[in-house]
Design a protein around this ligand. Structure first.
Ligand code: CMP
Length: 137
């Protein structure tokens, strides 16, 4: 059993597709172990994506992530990290397979509806960034 972090980004929250995205997870064997709606501060967004700090898209990414509230979740299940990434589809929605969350709900590579941890190691770091142990059930 693995845990992974999922963020429903400001574009998807604004569109009102939170429930539809959560249904993709629950219908595919990922259980919601923790969930909250928050509005990230600029400092939090910068820290969360610190791994990308030298990439040309970093500032735009941070600005986008603070443009509205997000829903953060801990998803739990067999192969949760990989399963979540398969359900999300490619980072760029133009390359995402039909039926994936990004193909169905994302507008472009910045406003791409969801974030998911890319490895078990990063999942642990990202979960601890948002949730205390007493918030995960
Ligand atoms: P996410 O999975 O949240 O991780 C980093 C984000 O940076 C990514 O989704 C995209 O929304 C955004 N991004 C913008 N441009 C790029 C790019 N060229 N390569 C990867 N990620 C990008």
């Amino acid at each position: 059993m693995e845990q992974t972090l999922s963020i429903i980004k400001p574009d998807a929250v604004k569109k009102g597709v939170v429930g539809k995205i959560i249904d993709r997870f629950e219908s595919n064997g990922l259980r919601i172990a923790a969930m909250k709606k928050i509005w990230l501060s600029k400092a939090d967004a910068k820290q969360f994506y610190i791994i990308h700090k030298d990439r040309p898209f970093y500032n735009e990414l941070v600005s986008f992530m603070v443009s509205g509230p997000v829903v953060v979740m801990v998803l739990e299940g067999d192969n949760a990290v990989l399963k979540n990434r398969d359900l999300m589809g490619a980072t760029n929605p133009k390359e995402a397979k039909a039926g994936t969350i990004r193909a169905d709900f994302a507008d472009n590579i910045d406003a791409n509806a969801v974030h998911g941890s890319d490895s078990l190691e990063n999942a642990k770091i990202e979960i601890a960034f948002f949730f205390g142990k007493r918030e995960i059930h």
